[in-house]
Design a binder for this molecule. Sequence first.
Ligand code: BTN
Length: 241
Amino acid sequence: QSIHYFEEVNSTNNVAKEIAASEEEGTLVIAEIQKGGRGRMGREWVSPHGGIWMSVILKPGIPLRHASRLTLVTGLAVANVIRNMGLDARIKWPNDVRINGKKVCGILTEAKAEVDRVEYVVLGIGINVNMDLKDIPESFRTGSTTLKVELGRHIKRVSFLQDFLLELEQQYINFKTQPFSHILNDWLALSDTIGREVKVTTPSRIIEGKAVGVTPDGALIIRKADDTKEEIIAGRCIYVR
Ligand code: BTN
């Protein structure tokens, strides 16, 4: 296992994917700034100084269809660490960690599979830690916050990282040794999505209704106005009310 530290990268997920085949599980890629930080669904991820931009390489040997479970595992780990700091972190499906309705962390999971077996998973985790809101470009500022803004003080990033990696390891051990329903229950307890009226946008369509649950693979279950249910594995979720 090793830690690859950079002052500046294009995207830690890109670096991680380049080295994943020859690296051990648990390898970490971390950078002070990203010039081409990527968010979900092709979006840009603003990554200035003061944040934690990192990717963790895992080799869980699971079927590809279970890879999205690791996104929930990671969101749970981030939320737990932030909650231990005394902040009320909540998870918005599938992977935004938010405080008072504002996003403080995003997760981009990318996997490579051979037939149906995952060769590696790259967990890309971006946490807004010590930035002020003025450090975030105006077009991205609404709906975002940072740990420093919420706590009103500077955070030691190294201690945060140590706490997070320990928590992630614990959750990963749980993931590998326990029924996934245990993790899902913990995730549900911290999520503020279930019970909400939502609008989910996927590349092909928009689904509106009430979020009534998640499937064992982490897909969101929506009950639509005509009372039928739909499961959505990936998309952008907006709370309507
Ligand atoms: C999202 O909410 O859209 C996901 C954001 C993921 C950002 C992290 S920062 C580290 C890693 N490298 C990237 O380019 N993206 C992820």
